[in-house]
Design a protein around this ligand. Structure first.
Ligand code: IPM
Ligand code: MG
Length: 354
């Protein structure tokens, strides 16, 4: 098949990990006889420097022409002045909003080969395999806000409407059907009105999925259960902010933030695929970054935007085989001498694809 893929490397380690993700996609194209054309565009801090805008019009236009977008990470200390009028993260939020990418999928698995690397007891990690479905274009991230610059008050609004909750809930229930048939909906219904609407709406949608079990969990208790008994979770459905926080917490189960991919989807097949980690400016440009999250994001791109399930699985299997064979970047190495570089790690993944 032919597909057009836009890469948005962004800032910090973004360019390094995107280079590896693109290498994997090229290898997939060569092995399975597909033709992928790549176009690179500016986004984030580098786009502020070059064009004064974290999401320039040309970047948006390139994304509009594409079948899918592979994005690195944005941000860095040089753009993080809290009083600055433009910030790299605004580009990311605008991109998600522009394409109405309301469903953010974040699969989390524990890799037996990395069990030693987590601070949790290995027996707790047995069978950990969950999927976060995070609402991505509403909630407190997109609600009305008032920012007073250096004034003495500021506020943000957590807003949800029934259609907004219902459509992301449907994504979670549909995903649960192809998994273990269980949805945990995360909220703070004991305090927040928007979260009471969330709970009521999710319960209503559940009626259309009688074969799926629904439980509601308050976000604070859920944060605790995620570490006490992670294997009991199947699909976790959460609003924008709680999903952001809990998925970083859950990355501990996978061994490193460098392991977790994501897919941001709307109603069609177009999607934006990105590692959940940030731009890690402290390790940028040194070949230390773990490309796994980006490579697994590329696998999600193959699956969800291009419909190439066998190819997606082959990439995921190759990552697992590389880990099983002892390939380790610095963040998942037991000893400093064990670590290999970002591109050497990708070489090991590519060995498994050949
Ligand atoms: C994420 C990130 C972003 C978010 C930031 C960079 C705006 O943390 O994708 O998880 O909060 O959504
Ligand atoms: Mg985050």
């Amino acid at each position: 098949m032919h597909a057009t893929i836009v890469t948005l490397p962004g800032d910090g380690i973004g360019p390094e990990v995107i280079a590896e993700g693109a290498r994997v996609l090229r290898a997939v194209a060569a092995r399975w006889g597909h033709s992928f054309s790549f176009e690179e565009a500016l986004m984030g801090g580098c786009a502020i420097d070059a064009a004064g805008d974290p999401l320039p019009d040309e970047t948006l236009a390139a994304c509009e022409r594409a079948d899918a977008v592979l994005l690195g990470a944005v941000g860095g200390p040089q753009w993080s002045d809290p009083t600055a009028p433009v910030r790299p993260e605004q580009g990311l939020l605008r991109l998600r909003g522009h394409f109405d990418l309301f469903a953010n999928l974040r699969p989390v698995r524990a890799y037996p080969a990395l069990a030693r690397h987590t601070p949790l007891r290995a027996d707790l990690l047995d069978g950990v395999d969950m999927l976060f479905v995070r609402e991505l274009t509403s909630g407190i991230y997109f609600g009305q806000r008032q920012e007073q610059g250096d004034g003495d008050d500021a506020w943000d609004t957590m807003y949800y409407s029934v259609p907004q909750v219902a459509r992301v809930a449907r994504v979670a229930f549909a995903a649960a059907r192809g998994r273990r048939g269980q949805v945990t909906s995360v909220d703070k219904a004991n305090v927040l009105a928007a979260m009471r609407l969330w709970r009521r709406t999710v319960s209503g949608v559940a009626a259309d999925y009688p074969d799926v079990t629904l439980e509601h969990a308050l976000v604070d208790a859920c944060a605790m259960h995620l570490l006490r008994n992670p294997a009991r979770f199947d699909v976790l459905l959460a609003g924008n902010m709680f999903g952001d926080i809990l998925s970083d917490e859950a990355s501990v189960l996978a061994g490193s933030l460098g392991m977790l991919p994501s897919a941001s989807l709307g109603t069609g097949t177009f999607g934006v695929y990105e590692p959940i980690h940030g731009s890690a400016p402290d390790i940028a440009g040194q070949g230390l970054a773990n490309p796994t999250a980006t490579i697994l994001s590329a696998a999600l791109l193959l699956r969800h935007s291009l419909g190439l399930e066998a190819e997606a699985r082959a990439v995921e299997t190759a990552v697992e085989a590389a880990l099983d064979a002892g390939a380790r970047t610095a963040d998942i190495a037991a000893a400093p001498g064990e670590a290999i570089s970002t591109s050497a790690f990708t070489d090991r993944v590519l060995d498994g694809l050949a």
